[in-house]
Ligand binder design. Structure first.
Ligand SMILES: [Cu+2]
Length: 276
């Protein structure tokens, strides 16, 4: 009797297929793609909560990042935009400005990626980068609303990180010395205020001093950006994918301080490191 075994084989094949696709949807974080340009974002206005991988491409020519900010329950997006207009540069961030991760500036050649848990709620996505004229791009139109809807599916798992980078007031600490090659870096905010990490590779022949001089003028950028995690809240965790190639690198934080409003890099939150 041929038909029965054939039917049984088909059933097994079908159920194996179903199992595979179910496992995939539960295990692999959903990719959420954004493209930044001068001065706009292109990306979704809504997606489901859970473990997601943000992929940020920059069409430049300016540097851009993707910063998520969680809106307080009692604030609409319109109210948030209006309140942002009152923010003064060089002052501490207001309490309603709740950094919630995203992706720091990618290299011009390759999108940058960050995997993180995103809770359901109302957000704004915006760019705080202020090159070339010290006016944050958020005031040039780089802001849009984002609604994260509740998902009933069990969240995908975080990727396997091979090192941890802890952010404190005002320092970076790697769990193991960074080495050449591709890494998944678990970035943990261990402080009581927001911090970020931007990874940059200094151009050959240039130094940390050149990077610091650039930060004043924004002329002749002596480095290439390679992603990282923008402002994350105290206790928040995000996984950054970085390929360290041989050369001089830095980790940097530009978040304005909760106490005096000065960017954390001025408080010493920068870590030069060499990849051999
Ligand atoms: Cu920008």
């Amino acid at each position: 009797m041929q038909p029965r075994p054939l039917f049984a084989v088909l059933l097994v094949a079908l159920s194996a297929c179903g199992g595979e696709s179910q496992r995939q949807s539960a295990d692999v974080p959903t990719e959420i793609h954004f493209t930044a340009s001068d001065f706009a974002f292109e990306g979704p206005a809504t997606f489901e909560s859970g473990m997601v991988t943000f992929v940020l491409a920059n069409e430049g020519p300016n540097l851009h990042h993707l910063q998520l900010v969680r809106l307080p329950d009692d604030m609409t997006y319109e109210q948030f935009v209006e309140a942002m207009g009152q923010m003064q540069p060089g002052t501490p961030p207001p309490s309603w400005f709740q950094d919630a991760g995203g992706v720091n500036p990618p290299s011009p050649d390759e999108p940058a990626r960050v995997t993180m848990m995103v809770e359901a709620g109302e957000y704004a996505v915006l760019c705080m980068v202020d090159t070339p004229d010290h006016v944050p791009h958020v005031f040039k139109g780089m802001i849009q609303p984002l609604t994260v809807t509740p998902s009933s599916a069990s969240p995908a798992e975080a990727p396997l990180a091979d090192m941890t980078l802890t952010l404190v007031d005002y320092a970076f600490s790697f769990s193991t010395p960074p080495t050449a090659g591709s890494h998944v870096i678990r970035v943990v905010n261990g402080a009581a205020q927001a911090h970020e990490v931007a990874f940059i590779k200094i151009n050959p022949g240039m130094t940390v001093d050149d990077v610091m001089a650039w930060a004043e003028t924004y002329e002749d950028q002596p480095f290439v950006t390679h992603g990282g995690v923008p402002g994350i809240a105290p206790g928040q965790v995000a996984d950054a994918y970085v390929n360290f190639t041989p050369g001089e690198w830095m980790a940097l934080c530009f978040i304005p301080d909760a106490g005096d409003g000065v960017p954390h890099v001025v408080h010493g939150m920068m870590l030069p490191f060499t990849i051999t």
